[in-house]
Design a protein around this ligand. Structure first.
Ligand SMILES: Cc1cc2nc3c(=O)[nH]c(=O)nc-3n(C[C@H](O)[C@H](O)[C@H](O)COP(=O)(O)OP(=O)(O)OC[C@H]3O[C@@H](n4cnc5c(N)ncnc54)[C@H](O)[C@@H]3O)c2cc1C
Length: 426
């Protein structure tokens, strides 16, 4: 006779939601976490504000999950972004919508989201054991039977939900512990890679850090593969750093960098920045020439000071081969064309990404073909469920990853509880 109906390993958003969903069926639920606190990553998410979910329609939401978004179709229809918003509203956490559909708590405090979730899990009668690292899972030929803690204690359960996250930011507890457990059950682990992560670049202006700290708003980034084929275009804000580039548009591009580099054996990739996507090269040429004509005796670096950030302007003039002190009268016309092209297609040589540990999200994980998308149950072992980032599902930044965790957690918790209740009948 198993001690528990449902054991949930991992108290991140996936495990907390799985615990709440399971406990709402009045079954005996145990939530085990190795940390001293639950929801440690959730508490630092969204810059400490927690981007809980995204308000976009479901088809848009799925498009923002480049790592196997279609796998979420059933789970999202059972527990969608709207349900997540309703869930938190019922717990007293009002959410507000910001740009691009991003939903945050009105009080801008991620901790209030964590506290509300933990309180709800407790209210529903879930037993919580913190500081209890799980070492391994026990299986028989067909099903999961128990978990074993690092202390040696064995805990038996009718069902086990593995929600231990990926391998990014390991200080929050996600250290990739779940992958060997999944392998032992017969699962394939798709190679891990960093995603939603800053990009590294080798260009001289990155190496000498002359643009470090410069942020650009509403630019358009286009990534090319080594054959010169366009891979993706992402728009939004970005930032130059001492190692490369970062910011929301860059983090969205990083998925495609990781995937393309894996395909092309880590070859550096060309990324171009369109500084002014709303304007054509022709209109930029007209605007800038009009500005220069108005002050024909002034050095162009001073005339265009309001048109582009100073450091970028000087760099672009240098790359175009134009002396920054030249006036309109002496401006070499062919080089001016090159300068305008640089505004539309500023090239950056991407060498890779920061490490998996530094990434916001882990790409790869438990192969989704081996998981039932309606219940999140393993197709290898009965009673074994997965939820959240441990699976080979990953999304862009914007509240989509926490949505993945909540929706898959809800599906797993619900199915595990129902299975445990079914088992009681026999
Ligand atoms: C800095 C940062 C900011 C982010 N901001 C956002 C955001 O605003 N919006 C968004 O959608 N996504 C965001 N993300 C991504 C999002 O936080 C994760 O995708 C999400 O937390 C994954 O949830 P999870 O429950 O699967 O795993 P995790 O949140 O990683 O939780 C896993 C839990 O399992 C526990 N655990 C691990 N191993 C064991 C073990 N052996 N025994 C027992 N317990 C164990 C850990 O202690 C941890 O509590 C952010 C990520 C980072 C790093």
């Amino acid at each position: 006779m198993a001690q528990w109906d449902v054991v949930v390993i991992g108290g991140g958003p996936a495990g907390l939601m799985a615990s709440a969903a399971a406990a709402s069926y009045n079954v005996k639920v145990l939530l085990v976490d190795k940390g001293d606190k639950l929801g440690r990553k959730l508490a630092i998410s969204g810059g400490g504000r927690c981007n809980v979910t995204n308000a976009k329609p479901l088809d848009e939401l799925i498009k923002n999950v480049p790592g196997n978004g279609k796998f979420l179709f059933s789970a999202l229809h059972m527990f969608s972004n709207t349900d997540i918003i309703g869930f938190f509203t019922r717990l007293g956490i009002e959410l507000k919508e910001e740009d691009r559909g991003r939903m945050f708590p009105v009080n801008n405090k991620a901790k209030s989201v964590v506290d509300a979730l933990v309180k709800e899990v407790r209210r529903l009668g879930v037993t919580i054991r913190t500081n209890k690292p799980v070492k391994e899972l026990v299986y028989d030929q067909d099903a999961v039977k128990a978990i074993v803690l690092a202390s040696g204690e064995t805990i038996t359960s009718k069902t086990v939900i593995v929600a231990v996250g990926g391998q990014s930011v390991p200080t929050t507890g996600s250290t990739g512990d779940g992958y060997p457990w999944a392998k032992a059950a017969g699962h394939t682990i798709i190679d891990l890679f960093p995603t939603a992560v800053p990009l590294t670049a080798s260009d001289f202006f990155i190496q000498d850090a002359r643009l470090q700290g410069l942020s650009l708003r509403n630019v358009e980034l286009t990534l090319f593969n080594p054959k010169g084929k366009k891979v993706c275009t992402e728009e939004g804000d970005m930032l130059f750093t001492h190692f490369g580039i970062s910011g929301p548009a860059v983090l969205r591009t990083s998925h495609y960098v990781s995937v393309t580099q894996r395909k092309f054996k880590n070859t550096p990739l060309l990324l171009t920045i369109d500084m002014m996507p709303a304007k054509s090269a022709g209109s930029i040429a007209e605007e800038t020439v009009a500005m220069l004509k108005e002050e024909p005796r002034k050095a162009i670096k001073n005339v265009l000071r309001t048109y582009l950030p100073d450091r970028l302007l000087k760099l672009m003039l240098e790359i175009a081969g134009i002396n920054e002190d030249v006036t309109y009268y002496d401006l070499p016309r062919d080089k001016w064309e090159k300068f305008v092209q640089l505004i539309k297609h500023f090239p950056v040589t991407i060498t890779g990404t920061l490490s998996l540990e530094q990434a916001t999200v882990t790409g790869g994980g438990v192969k989704i073909k081996e998981i039932d998308p309606k219940t999140m149950q393993s197709k290898c072992k009965k009673g074994l469920f997965f939820a959240g980032e441990i699976m080979d599902v990953h999304a862009h930044t914007g509240g989509y990853n926490i949505t993945v965790a909540f929706t898959t957690g809800h599906a797993a918790g619900t199915a595990a509880a129902k299975q445990a209740l079914e088992a009681e009948k026999f």
